[in-house]
Design a protein. Structure first.
Length: 463
């Protein structure tokens, strides 16, 4: 080949490369234009937006690849197709889209759109986390905390929770706070739990103040009713359903505010308007309808609310349904159905606070102090009832009245945030002196004080 021919060949190759660069540049510009058009019309015309996203993705736009994957997953503008969703998200991830990497990790973890592969899931989630995606860090934290596909490792879980929280992920702060609150994988530390919840609240999270409210309302170590009310109010002001139900609980029990059953009902109803799956509001409202607190007594309404909560997986609600079938409250009495529902409640992990038994109030107090059913106190009171009180002229009528009201009294006490303190007071003011009377042979004084206790509790909780 002569010199002129070589020069001509070189020139042709350069022109070809220049043309290719121009074509690629044109394609990139066209893809970006299509992507922007898709973003502009996705609210008004999801189908058109999907078509534009996909065209842009086919021209190599990485953000469009991810957008196409998301829309296949959600069925927005197209038929839902998790296999296509995985494929497009993986293309985006392979081209460096950090958020898509998290999605790919989730697909592999859940076996959705692709065969489950935990090793691949962890690898993609770590890549995404390394790229700054705090949701990927949160996914890894949950996997190691719960042992999802990997060996449970609380140290590793803490590492990833802290990694996610460093990137200001409020949910990571909340779940990290839960670990410190419950002592899961770490030593229980309420101070650190509070710090985590405050950090999440300061990020604007609406549920974090609910966590704080619950601690301040129910936990004796940090109990502060004024602060609990303030936290629930913050959550409610942010539109959180559980903030409203928390306020409802405080109005029902009269903690920090004047007791108002009607206000409690109003707040629980507002909570359910915001979130019909709020089991706390469903159960509290059902309780109000069952006992006519703030509303007209309505067993059917109570049953329906408990049923809704039970269908959402709430074990306590399932147990309440069992009780209503056992006693024929709003439904036909059926002991077989009651037992079946009670077994379901236990399978859900729910254990009643107080087992049913003839010494309802005393049993509740003893349970509160961790005493067994055959403890000295319960055995003594049962013997007093069966061997002395039942033989008195008014004994049988007193026992019958007690059986009628005591379960309701215990039920109401158990709804209170300060139930443990109420039981401590009952032990100090009534039950301990009654026990001393029996042991000294002064059964008549025991009877008088016990009747006084029941009368006082009826007036406070059932009037």
């Amino acid at each position: 080949m002569n010199l002129e021919a070589m020069r001509q060949l070189t020139q042709n190759m350069q022109q070809t490369n220049d043309s290719k660069i121009v074509d690629e540049t044109d394609a990139e510009e066209e893809a970006e234009k299509l992507f922007n058009l898709a973003v502009a019309c996705e609210d008004e015309d999801p189908q058109k937006a999907f078509e534009l996203f996909k065209k842009a993705a086919e021209l190599g736009n990485v953000e469009a690849m991810f957008a196409t994957g998301i829309r296949y997953y959600r069925g927005e503008g197209t038929e839902q197709d998790t296999t296509q969703s995985f494929a497009w998200c993986k293309k985006a991830a392979e081209n460096g889209q950090v958020n898509a990497m998290n999605w790919v990790g989730e697909f592999y973890r859940d076996g959705e759109g692709v065969v489950q592969n935990i090793q691949n899931a962890v690898e993609w989630l770590k890549k995404s986390s390394d790229g700054g995606n705090n949701w990927a860090s949160l996914n890894l934290a949950r996997m190691y905390r719960d042992g999802t596909g990997v060996k449970q490792n609380f140290r590793e879980a803490l590492h990833w929770f802290e990694q996610s929280s460093r990137n200001d992920n409020a949910i990571a702060f909340i779940e990290l706070g839960d670990m410190f609150r419950d002592g899961v994988g770490v030593e229980e530390n309420l101070s650190q739990a509070v710090d985590c919840y405050i950090a999440a609240a300061n990020l604007g999270d609406s549920f974090a103040p609910v966590r704080l409210g619950d601690l301040y309302l129910y936990n004796e170590e940090v109990r502060d009713h004024a602060e609990a009310f303030r936290m629930y109010k913050i959550a409610a002001d942010r539109g959180d359903s559980y903030g409203f139900s928390g306020l409802g609980t405080m109005y029902y029990s009269g903690c920090h505010v004047s007791q108002s059953y009607s206000k409690a009902v109003e707040l629980h109803e507002k909570a359910l308007e915001l979130d019909g799956r709020n089991c706390r509001a469903l159960k509290e409202l059902a309780f109000c309808y069952k006992y006519g607190d703030g509303v007209r007594e309505n067993y059917s309404k109570a049953y329906e609310l408990y049923r809704r909560a039970a269908e959402l997986g709430d074990g306590e609600a399932m147990y309440r349904l069992s009780q209503m079938h056992e006693f024929g409250e709003g439904v036909e009495q059926d002991l077989n159905v009651a037992e079946e529902l009670a077994n379901r409640a236990r399978a859900m992990g729910y254990t009643p606070q107080v087992d049913k038994g003839p010494c309802f109030i005393t049993t509740a107090v003893c349970e509160n102090f961790g005493k067994p059913d055959d403890c000295h106190e319960l055995t003594t009171f049962r013997n007093f009832r069966d061997m002395w009180l039942a033989a008195q002229p008014d004994g049988k009528s007193l026992i019958a009245e007690y059986y009628a009201v005591a379960p309701k009294i215990v039920d109401k006490i158990n709804r209170l945030p300060n139930a443990a303190q109420v039981y401590k007071n009952l032990l100090r003011e009534y039950l301990a002196p009654c026990l001393a009377f029996i042991e000294s042979g002064d059964n008549l004084s025991c009877k008088r004080l016990y009747v006084e206790m029941v009368t006082s509790l009826k007036k406070k909780f059932l009037s």
